[in-house]
Design a protein around this ligand. Structure first.
Ligand SMILES: [Zn+2]
Length: 409
């Protein structure tokens, strides 16, 4: 290796380590923990993200800023999900109504004889009525409905995640830790998607069931820098990518992925004391539901009347795992997994499964701590650790014990 190249590589490593760490020792020498079993790749992979606002809709408008080509969809990731070119649209900027036709997909007045296509712009953004997106837009027809799936490379996808999951105003180190965690999560989902047998193949959704992704709606320079500084860096445990879950506020303790989601036991997802998120506005919350709201939310039979809700099983950190519901006139208690119960009743109202519940006549009063499922990284804890000058590696290794930070491209 020539000296100039060697110096350049050394400089890159030192610069990255300093930018990311902010704490000189011991991160300079062991920032990256290479593992032979994790293969390096030459460039970021392309992802497919289903846009939940446009999942099986009858029609929708798209505005494509520049000229674009229409390709047939290919399931091959290395071809960036396109095969034969079907059509080129040279004029640009106008809105096109997308719908279905008897033999395919209708783009305005033009019928495309395919049920699965990808629009590839020469440059610029693709605008749905909700928000703008970079990359490509796949349109998949199922019956008389269409679904939009954004196809984008991992590094261009991340700004839309970090700016939705955190905020430009957060400390740089927390944005960098979130970038590494979100990148790892996306890689893990790519691995899983090969096994998925859904009607529409995709890697991630754009909501809390994967990680929130709002396209180019709120991205800013600080978020972009955090992603550039951590480009190609992910976390691994024992040489393997793992399911690097995260949540808003743990409420004091994170929980085990095995207990909360029945995941394979793994040290990085074992749960631990947090102690950094006491400032969060979701440290304490209250929510009230009528019996009827709960019956509707849980999709119980209309005449069901809930007399009591009580915890049956609780994780070591204090989050409820299973709830028992006593229904009037039924001898058997109904058992609900606490996370499914939360999701059914609205996870932005019943914010966590760490709560006490009291029955006030026709209402149930929930008094709880934290926001989210409490597995993996606590985002508000990350924010506080960054303020206290912990570096991203230290933050990640704190919330994902025994994990290692690795560069793969
Ligand atoms: Zn926490």
């Amino acid at each position: 290796m020539n000296v100039m190249l060697k110096n350049r590589i050394l400089l890159t490593i030192i610069t990255t380590a300093i930018t990311l760490s902010g704490c000189i020792s011991p991160s300079l020498n062991n920032f990256y923990h290479y593992k032979a079993s994790l293969q390096s790749i030459s460039e970021p992979p392309h992802l497919q993200i289903i846009l939940t606002d446009y999942r099986e809709v009858t029609n929708a408008l798209l505005t494509i800023e520049q000229s674009y080509s229409v390709y047939n969809y290919s399931p091959e990731r290395r071809l960036a999900f396109t095969s034969a070119k079907l059509w080129i649209k040279r004029s640009s900027g106008e809105s096109v109504k997308i719908s279905t036709s008897a033999n395919g997909i209708q783009l305005g007045l033009t019928g495309i004889p395919s049920d699965d296509i990808v629009l590839v712009p020469t440059d610029g953004l693709i605008l749905t009525e909700s928000r703008p997106y970079k990359g490509r837009m796949r349109i998949k027809k199922t019956g008389a409905k269409i679904t939009f799936i954004n196809i984008i490379d991992l590094e261009n996808y991340l700004p839309g995640v970090i700016s939705s999951e955190m905020d430009e105003s957060w400390p740089e180190k927390s944005l960098a830790a979130q970038a590494i965690s979100a990148r790892t999560f996306a890689f893990f989902r790519i691995k899983q998607s090969k096994l998925k047998e859904a009607e529409i193949d995709y890697d991630l959704t754009d909501d809390i069931f994967s990680q929130v992704y709002r396209g180019e709606e709120r991205t800013g320079p600080k978020t972009r820098k955090a992603i550039e500084d951590t480009k190609g860096i992910i976390m691994a445990y024992n040489g393997k990518i793992f399911n690097s879950l995260f949540h808003d506020t743990c409420g004091g303790y994170t929980e085990s992925g095995e207990l909360v989601f029945k995941l394979t036991p793994l040290p990085p997802l074992a749960g631990r004391k947090c102690g950094f998120c006491g400032h969060s506005k979701y440290t304490n919350w209250q929510a009230r539901y009528t019996v009827k709201e709960i019956v509707v939310g849980l999709k119980l039979s209309k005449d069901a009347y809930i007399e009591e809700i009580k915890p049956l099983k609780t994780a070591p950190g204090g989050h409820i795992l299973e709830l028992g519901l006593k229904i009037r006139g039924k001898s058997q208690e109904m058992v609900w997994e606490a996370q499914k119960f939360r999701i059914a009743l609205g996870p932005n109202k019943l914010r966590s499964s760490m709560f006490k519940v009291t029955n006030n006549g026709d209402n149930f009063e929930f008094t709880g701590q934290g926001w989210g499922h409490a597995v993996g990284m606590c985002q508000e804890g990350t924010r506080e650790m960054s303020k206290q000058e912990y570096c991203p590696r230290e933050i990640l290794e704190y919330f994902y014990p025994e994990s290692r930070v690795v560069r793969i491209y």
